[in-house]
Design a protein around this ligand. Structure first.
Ligand code: TZP
Ligand code: MG
Length: 215
């Protein structure tokens, strides 16, 4: 039996975990799962790996019970040890080819990009999807790369199609519900969102609306 690392339709909306004064990473994940999100990224910054592993075990249990897929950000060994569905690495992390040796052949690998060159590099490295951003300013991520705006995505997607480069591209960074239709029309495969979902008055309704537009 072989395997395939195809990104499925339920991956068009990825929730990125978050914490603030009111809500923990695990609580944010539960909120997104209860609202119907099927792709969850555990993104924990500034904590040691053993703490991230503990959170990852809880996140994996929750995702399994909602039949959702868990992506681990930054930590290949954590992704491997909780048997996550995927691993996402940024521009300052190890190359995806190196991570592939740690996590094995079956795990989905996502890589961050901010430019056309980054996307091409990610394809060459063997990424299964690319997170391209930021769309607009956001306080969720520190040291934000230059903002792309819709025009930035249109330009990069046009350049990729001229070069016949194809990979599912997920937009990220400051995305709100009202941005989704424009991003889909521009050719984005999907979106990754955090603050707009946890701060929504009605997270379930927001997620349902977004999924309806994207699928
Ligand atoms: N990478 C670029 S922006 C971002 C990441 C992980 C955070 C996205 O969160 P939000 O709250 O949707 O801007
Ligand atoms: Mg990273």
């Amino acid at each position: 039996g072989g395997f395939s690392r195809r990104i499925t339709r339920d991956g068009r909306l990825q929730f990125v975990s978050n914490e603030n004064g009111e809500i923990s990473h695990v609580q944010s994940i539960l909120l997104a799962l209860e609202a119907g999100c099927k792709w969850i990224q555990l993104r924990v910054k500034g904590r040691p790996e053993d703490e991230v592993l503990e959170l990852a075990e809880k996140a994996k249990f929750l995702c399994d019970s909602f039949d959702a897929k868990l992506i681990i950000n930054d930590f290949p060994h954590v992704a491997k040890s909780v048997n996550a569905y995927g691993l996402h690495l940024g521009l300052d992390d190890m190359p995806l080819r190196e991570a592939r040796k740690i996590v094995g052949e079956e795990m989905i690998l996502g890589g961050t990009a901010n430019t056309l060159q980054h996307v091409i590099q990610r394809i060459e490295e063997g990424a299964d999807y690319v997170g391209l951003g930021p769309y607009r300013f956001t306080t969720t991520k520190q040291n934000l790369s230059p903002i792309l705006g819709l025009e930035g995505y249109q330009r990069i997607l046009h350049e990729l199609s001229l070069r016949k480069c194809y990979i599912p591209i997920i937009a990220i960074g400051g995305i709100r519900q009202e941005d989704i239709a424009g991003l889909k029309a521009a050719g984005l495969y999907g979106v990754a969102m955090s603050s707009a979902l946890i701060n929504s008055e009605n997270t379930k309704k927001t997620i349902q609306n977004i999924q309806q537009i994207l699928c």
